[in-house]
Design a protein around this ligand. Structure first.
Ligand SMILES: [Zn+2]
Length: 111
């Protein structure tokens, strides 16, 4: 089945297949939406952006729904509001890294 699965958590969509970040290899199996109201769970579509939770690079969904790196040229022609949203999202992830560490850096509970 190629359709993304809808997770019960609002604003988060599970991807139909796990993908590695093209920059750092971080395995991604879900995407969340920027919290612009109203938060709805809408599966990603070609041309939508994603930000890697580990290396915070900006990615874009290809027509095949694989992820690739957004080029500097593409970034330069984005509307300012879109660039601001992506920058805000990257900052939020970096703040999370500063407080709890990047994904995979936490100690798993032993009990
Ligand atoms: Zn990455």
């Amino acid at each position: 089945m190629d359709q993304p699965l809808i997770s019960p958590e609002p604003g988060v969509t599970l991807l139909s297949k796990q993908q590695g970040c093209p920059v750092c290899g971080y395995a991604m199996n879900a995407v969340g939406q920027a919290d612009k109201p109203p938060v709805q769970t809408v599966p990603p579509k070609p041309g939508d952006f994603a930000v890697c939770m580990r290396c915070v690079c900006v990615l874009v969904f290809e027509p095949s729904m694989t992820l690739r790196i957004l080029t500097n040229k593409e970034w330069a022609v984005l509307p300012p509001s879109e660039r601001m949203d992506l920058t805000r999202m990257r900052t939020r992830i970096q703040v999370m890294h500063a407080t709890v560490g990047p994904p995979g850096s936490r100690q798993e509970p032993t009990s």
